[in-house]
Design a protein around this ligand. Structure first.
Ligand code: ADP
Ligand code: MG
Length: 394
């Protein structure tokens, strides 16, 4: 179901409470070290200002313990946003309260006020109704452009919509929902999903959901070894979640020719991730004292062939310990295969997006999701509270 978007509501002269994701990394000097998330919302911000809105920007940053903490102030974000806009961006001393309300009311059309970190109040993560109401008092229209926070029912993502309507999607949120909807509602087939990363337990629900919906599910990374164990392989000291082996075996039963889960054939093994290099072995002969740290070239070729045939590709999770050059080849090679595929490609997850960037192919991926946890929960087929709370398009 489509959500109403920011361009469908009249913003002239109205205070827009704009929930964004300014949860950016800060460098040692305390300044914003990576501003992609700030630049991402500029189109929404510009649209609102041009429409004559008075914009109240709200975000969390890091994990302060429910009280003010100067280490998590949004001050560096105000500075960086000001640089990007070429004008100073005022930062409120707090995100709720009489003083902030007065500042919001004093905004002129096109004006901006950045609220201080929402998580300086425990009511944000607790989705406290009183806190949500205090936030709602700052706006006349609610816009959510923070897909990455939409899987949490927090006061600024869910609670506020009980007190502030209309509640609509910003441009980033809308694009995210459009792309993810396209992948799952009516994907061009074959639809291929690639999963990797360290832990099966983190992604078990995702495997269950994907195996039912995709034509082929390629599994690499540390999580592959629990599945390989379920197939009878000895996996040495590779990551293994022994209690999940029966579940993995059940999921593998879905596999039939051309469908279901496809596992690695070979692996680069070493005694530890700190090793300077590894040895290539078939997955059926992983030595007892070694751990699998990357997929091998035969697996890369096999996965690459599937990806080349795919018309839709969804990828989350690196194929190996790509942070270490000795174990990065599988992940970087697969990034190239995904980029080269004529299929529509969507990549999500903090580490996976970083790997695609390191491979230098980010601009040839059709869509990089901004949501880590939210992306995974959406793929699992779960309802995201921050999306469900937005108005339906009639
Ligand atoms: P994302 O952030 O994209 O969702 P994850 O956080 O789930 O991805 O997984 C990334 C992590 O998985 C990386 O730190 C990587 O080193 C680790 N990893 C991948 N393959 C292995 C492996 N074979 N053994 C141990 N760790 C692995
Ligand atoms: Mg990660």
């Amino acid at each position: 179901m489509a959500k109403r978007t920011i361009d469908e509501v009249d913003l002239a002269g109205r205070r827009v409470f704009l929930r964004v994701d300014f949860n950016v990394p800060l460098g040692r000097d305390g300044a914003v070290s990576e501003d992609a998330r700030i630049r991402a919302i500029l189109p929404t911000l510009t649209l609102a200002r041009r429409a004559g809105a008075r914009v109240v920007l709200a975000s969390h940053l890091g994990r302060p313990k429910g009280g003010p903490d100067p280490n998590y102030s949004l001050r560096p974000v105000a500075v960086r946003l000001g640089e990007l806009l070429g004008e100073p961006v005022p930062l409120a001393a707090d995100c709720v309260g009489a003083a902030v309300e007065a500042e919001a009311r004093a905004l002129r059309p096109g004006g901006i006020l950045l609220l201080e970190n929402l998580r300086f109040h425990a009511g944000e993560e607790a989705n406290d109704p009183g806190f949500a109401q205090a936030l709602a008092a700052l706006g006349d229209v609610y816009v959510n452009d923070a897909f990455a926070a939409a899987h949490r029912a927090h006061a600024s993502t869910e609670g506020i919509t009980h007190y502030l309507r209309p509640a609509v999607a910003g441009l980033c949120m809308n694009r995210e929902l459009e792309v993810l909807g396209r992948v799952f509602d009516a994907p061009a087939r074959p639809l291929v999903a690639i999963l990797g990363g360290a832990k099966v337990s983190d992604k078990l629900a995702l495997v269950e959901s994907l195996v039912a919906r995709v034509d082929r599910l390629l599994i690499g990374g540390g999580m592959a070894f629990t599945f390989l164990r379920a197939q009878g392989c000895e996996v040495g000291r590779s990551l293994l979640e022994a209690d999940l082996v029966p579940t993995a075996a059940r999921l593998l039963e879905v596999t039939e020719s051309g469908r279901g889960i496809q596992l690695p054939e070979d692996s680069v093994v070493a005694t530890s991730p700190e090793a300077e290099g590894g040895t290539l072995v078939p997955v059926v002969s992983i030595p007892a004292d070694r751990m699998g740290l990357d997929i091998g070239p035969a697996t890369l070729a096999a996965f690459g062939a599937v990806v080349r045939q795919a018309r839709t590709i969804v990828w989350n999770g690196p194929m190996g310990v790509f942070e270490r050059p000795a174990f990065a080849a599988g992940t970087l090679g697969l990034a190239h295969a995904v980029a080269d595929s004529p299929g529509f490609s969507v990549v999500g997850g903090g580490d996976t997006v970083a790997a695609v960037q390191r491979a230098g192919v980010a601009d040839r991926i059709d869509y990089l999701s901004t949501g880590g946890g939210a992306f995974l929960e959406y793929l699992e087929g779960r309802t995201l509270p921050g999306v469900a709370a937005l108005d339906e398009r009639r």
